[in-house]
Design a protein around this ligand. Structure first.
Ligand SMILES: Nc1ncnc2c1ncn2[C@@H]1O[C@H](COP(=O)(O)OP(=O)(O)O)[C@@H](O)[C@H]1O
Ligand SMILES: [Mg+2]
Length: 227
């Protein structure tokens, strides 16, 4: 479904260039769960941001469902980004003055137009899927860290993406709460959603069908998880 080939990326800051990705190839099949592990600074987030179309590579190719995004028009890339791809991060990036349901509906807000009933019901439905029934009208400050990450996941799900990218989604959580988030990601994956997750934890990485190790801008190993 998603195939990245020989991706290179160099950052230049204050006149100093450093090659952060030195020819990375990663494939994600339909419905697959891929974990990416590696030391801090090895290029995991950069690779993830390129996979999710947030960042353009210097060279290499990206194919999404057979279409070469590295040759596609902005409109085509926008359409993939809008319809097929969702992203969550270590920080939940919720708006503090919007309720859980309003945060989930944020991608659908258009000017001052009120949100329709069907969409509101859908927000409640995805919030119940992530275990937040009854908490739809709470502000983020009234939710725990794990619950805030669940809101971010619900917001990622409402557009029915085919792949969810998660960059250290448990990075701010204690291990019990982190485990529950990993369980939720596994559940969503079992229901058909492809998941690509960066994690520091070898334990969490085992949730993946495939574990890709990165080292100094290169893939140093690909392990298939027998289950
Ligand atoms: N926007 C940027 N400008 C300059 N250097 C960056 C930028 N983003 C990341 N880097 C550097 O690139 C390297 C890889 O970063 P990153 O992809 O975030 O690694 P990881 O997620 O594995 O910790 C690091 O040395 C980091 O400092
Ligand atoms: Mg990172």
């Amino acid at each position: 479904m998603l195939n990245l080939k020989d991706i290179h990326k160099t950052y230049t800051a204050d006149g100093v260039s450093s090659e952060v990705l030195k020819g990375v190839s990663i494939d994600v099949s339909e419905g697959e769960f891929v974990s990416i592990v590696g030391k801090s600074g090895s290029g995991k987030s950069t690779m993830m941001n390129i996979m999710s179309t947030l960042l353009e590579p210097d060279s290499g190719s990206i194919f999404f469902k057979g279409r070469e995004l590295t040759q596609a028009s902005s409109a085509e890339i926008n359409s993939v980004r809008r319809n097929d791809i969702s992203v969550i991060f270590q920080a939940y990036h919720l708006f503090p003055y919007l309720t859980a349901a309003e945060n989930v509906l944020l991608p659908f807000m258009q000017g001052f137009a009120p949100i329709g009933k069907a969409l509101r019901e859908e927000a409640f439905e995805v919030l119940s899927r992530v275990g937040l029934s009854g908490k739809e009208n709470r502000l983020p400050v009234k939710l725990s860290g794990g619950e805030q990450q669940r809101v971010a996941i619900a917001r990622a799900l409402i557009k029915k993406p085919s792949v969810l990218f998660a960059d250290e989604p448990t990075g701010s959580l204690d291990s019990k709460t982190g485990n529950a988030i990993i369980d939720l990601l596994r559940e969503l994956n079992a229901a058909g959603l492809a998941v690509v997750m960066v994690t520091h934890s070898p334990e969490y990485a085992k949730a993946g069908h495939t574990i890709v190790s990165m080292e100094d801008g290169l893939v140093s190993g690909i392990e298939k998880n027998a289950g």
